[in-house]
Write a protein that binds this ligand. Structure first.
Ligand code: ATP
Ligand code: MG
Length: 722
């Protein structure tokens, strides 16, 4: 048997881990040190050398994509397919178990999974059925509470409420919700894990079977397991099997979702004979990228501590670009992506990583404008997101009352007590009398065909739309969108929710107002109102299918979803105080450190070249805010990073499709030319690179010889010619 191919291309420490004799093991190592690679080789080793059948192996990864990749890599090493091996996420594996053992956990054979949106809708119904007011019991908050308790393994009867009336009510909602789910055979995501745990806890013979079956249990990205997942794993351990846990405390980024990095210590406590392996050589990134990432993470306290080194050359410096605003930042990034493509590189090798989903919008538009295909990984494109579609539906209905799809979408969003029955009556009349839903509603009210409550609710809706429409008559597009978001109840509805997802929805709605502000009616649409032109633009963009998986496309994703992945070229964007670290992270202890780990994850995705960019001004909810560069940038050693100074030969002013026509200033009228040398009282001499805006808003970008690139407001800058 030739197993050398399993050990070739591994360093000594990796080899030790792959070929170790049977024992529990913790592989603790930094980014790009080959942890995932070791897992893959270890699994092959166990099969070939230890003679463990694929059936006896359980491998847990963080995402389905990672699971698929891992299976592919093992099959490649083995040269055959391995269907009987269990590789999946915790949720996937729990699901598989429950399908087999539904009876032992009191589920019907064909139970259904509730995804998070289904769960949310279900909770709204439950809250309503209990005659509770959603305002006081926001469904999102309840959802957060229920899932949080399930993640801790708690059923309602286990929750201590200390006599607090609110807590008791929450617990009661949890209970009613759970009863409803149980009656209907519904299982939410957190329930999958909890039931799988109960399967072990209440059925010793089932547990014993799997303890015997799984001789090797391997877990990647262990730092982001939560308590119920760890408890489940721990029960699976037995004298005849081994656990191999792979993780990096510096990459724990899901604390906000209940992940518990202390599980690493718990593992060492619970498996005292476990061997610890540390990998220190990084194979992914150049010297500069690695040094910079190490320096950043070094600012966190209480790390388990590890240093990474690489044999690779220093490579290129990290490039830092200060955009004047988010448009300029996007324009810069896209220009670099074009350069990359035009010099014969693949777009798929390039990733744009951002902190929040809403940040994708400006980048998406800039990519579309340049016809560069892109793919958003693990999320929807901006105009396809639920809250954006809600807001657009209001605008569409106001713009054109016959838009039935828009009508259907918002007639009861936010809820206004319109039941399915009323709506089907409206639909029926619309169909029979060939009316739009809007007209049909009005007729039903006039002809008093509805009962009092339904009639009231429907007239309130009609009144709201009419009112919004009147209010908006003389407003700019930006104001119109702002007005609709605020006065339709959408903003309040999402604001009342809790958690990161709700926060992201609010940010997206704010971003929609910015999109309206920046929208310029294209020439071919100059006979349309700005609102109609914008709606057309939005549907076209949403209708554009995403680049299919075979097409060469730029990869866009949040840093969270980039975990475990690597790309030759990476753009880390929006690296400003208030964005990254996020505003909220200042308020909670420990949050800044989690943000810093996120920054470490982002930086260490880059193999050859890393760009870090930020915008000095960013429009958030229609307001322009000045931002300072992120503290994380300051933590990068000077020798690893260079500020990009655009070549002085640039003659194109910052004029993108998004900037409203500026009245075409005459920058020349100020007496300076692009490329000209100027002097500033504080920053001394420099070269004019760029300008934007006009009149008192005119701003100019100067590359100062000593201080680097800065944007200055012309009317304050006191520039003189040299
Ligand atoms: P992360 O913490 O980001 O998940 P990781 O520790 O899991 O990273 P891998 O993804 O396994 O790291 O490896 C990073 C890169 O280095 C991969 O491209 C992998 O193929 C390569 N690599 C790992 N070990 C070696 C080695 N001994 N020789 C050559 N390349 C290696
Ligand atoms: Mg990995």
């Amino acid at each position: 048997m030739d197993v050398s191919r399993l050990l070739d291309e591994l360093n000594d420490k990796q080899r030790d881990a792959v070929a170790a004799s049977a024992s529990d093991m913790l592989i603790l190592a930094g980014a790009g040190s080959g942890k995932t690679r070791v897992l893959v080789h270890r699994i092959s080793w166990l099969m070939e050398v230890e003679g463990i059948a694929p059936y006896g192996i359980l491998a847990v990864t963080f995402t389905n994509k990672a699971a698929k990749e891992m299976r592919g890599r093992i099959e490649q090493l083995q040269g055959c397919s391995l269907n009987t091996m269990w590789i999946g996420t915790f949720h996937g594996i729990a699901h598989r178990l429950l399908r087999t053992h539904y009876a032992e956990v009191n589920l019907p054979e064909n139970f259904t999974i509730l995804d998070s949106d289904d769960q949310y809708r279900m909770l709204r119904r439950v809250i309503k059925s209990m005659n509770l007011d959603e305002k006081h019991w926001p469904p999102k908050q309840v959802q957060w509470y229920i899932n949080g308790n399930k993640d801790e393994g708690l059923r309602p009867q286990h929750i201590e409420t200390y006599g607090d009336a609110n807590q008791q009510k929450m617990r009661e909602i949890y209970q009613v919700y759970q009863q409803t789910c149980d009656r209907a055979g519904l299982v939410d995501f957190a329930e999958l894990l909890l039931r799988a745990h109960e399967l072990w806890a209440n059925n010793p013979q089932v547990l014993a079977h799997y303890q015997k079956r799984f001789r090797a249990i391997l877990v990647d990205e262990f730092q982001d397991t939560n308590n119920i997942q760890y408890a489940w794993l721990r029960m699976l351990a037995a004298p005849n099997n081994n656990m191999i846990i792979v993780g990096d405390d510096d990459q724990s980024i899901y604390g906000w979702r209940g992940a518990n990095v202390e599980n690493i210590q718990h593992f060492l406590r619970d498996f005292p004979t476990a061997k610890t392996v540390r990998l220190e050589q990084n194979y992914r990134s150049t010297g500069n990228i690695l040094k910079a990432a190490n320096a950043v993470i070094d600012n966190n306290q209480g790390r388990l501590g590890k240093e990474l080194w690489t044999e690779d050359s220093q490579g290129e410096l990290i490039s830092l670009y200060a955009g004047f605003n988010e448009l300029d930042e996007a324009r810069f990034n896209i220009s670099r992506i074009k350069e990359w493509r035009d010099t014969g590189n693949a777009l798929t090798d390039c990733a744009i990583l951002y902190r929040n989903n809403a940040q994708s919008r400006v980048l998406e538009e800039a990519l579309l404008q340049e016809s560069i295909p892109y793919r958003i990984y693990g999320g929807l494109r901006f105009f396809e997101r639920q809250e954006i579609r809600d807001a657009l539906a209001y605008l569409r209905l106001i713009n054109q009352s016959i838009d039935d799809a828009a009508f259907e979408r918002i007639v009861n969003t936010p809820t206004r007590g319109l039941g399915d029955k009323t709506l089907s009556q409206v639909r029926e009349l619309a169909r029979d009398a060939e009316l739009s839903m809007w007209e049909a509603s009005q007729r039903m009210i006039q002809e008093k065909r509805l009962n009092g409550r339904a009639a009231n609710a429907l007239s309130a809706f009609i009144k709201l739309i009419n009112q919004l429409s009147d209010d908006m008559a003389d407003m700019s597009l930006e104001k119109q969108s702002d007005h609709v978001i605020k006065h339709s109840g959408l903003f309040a509805m999402y604001q009342a929710e809790k958690g990161e997802k709700a926060q992201a929805r609010i940010e997206n709605l704010e971003e929609l107002v910015t999109a309206c502000k920046q929208f310029v009616v294209p020439e071919e649409a100059d006979n349309m109102t700005p609102l109609s032109a914008f709606l057309a633009h939005a549907s076209l963009e949403a209708g554009d299918t995403q680049a299919d998986s075979h097409q060469d496309a730029v990869q866009m994703m949040t840093i969270h979803s980039a975990k475990g992945l690597e790309f030759p070229l990476v753009f880390l964007v929006g690296v400003e105080e208030g964005m990254f670290p996020s505003q909220m992270s200042n308020e909670e202890p420990g949050k800044i450190e989690e943000e810093r780990r996120l920054c470490y994850v982002g930086m260490t995705r880059a193999m050859q070249k890393l760009y870090i960019t930020y915008a000095e001004n960013r429009r958030l909810y229609g307001q322009e805010k000045y931002h300072t560069p992120s503290r994380f940038i300051k933590e990068i050693p000077n020798e690893c990073i260079e500020e990009v100074r655009l070549r002085t030969t640039i003659t194109r002013p910052v004029q993108t499709r998004f900037t409203p026509p500026t009245g075409h200033t005459s920058f020349e009228a100020t007496g300076f030319q692009l490329g000209e040398r100027v002097a500033h009282p504080k920053f001394a001499e420099g070269t004019v690179l760029n300008y934007e805006g006009s009149g008192e808003h005119a701003r100019v970008q100067i590359n100062f010889d000593e201080f680097g690139t800065k944007w200055l407001v012309m009317s304050f800058a006191k520039l003189t010619k040299v």
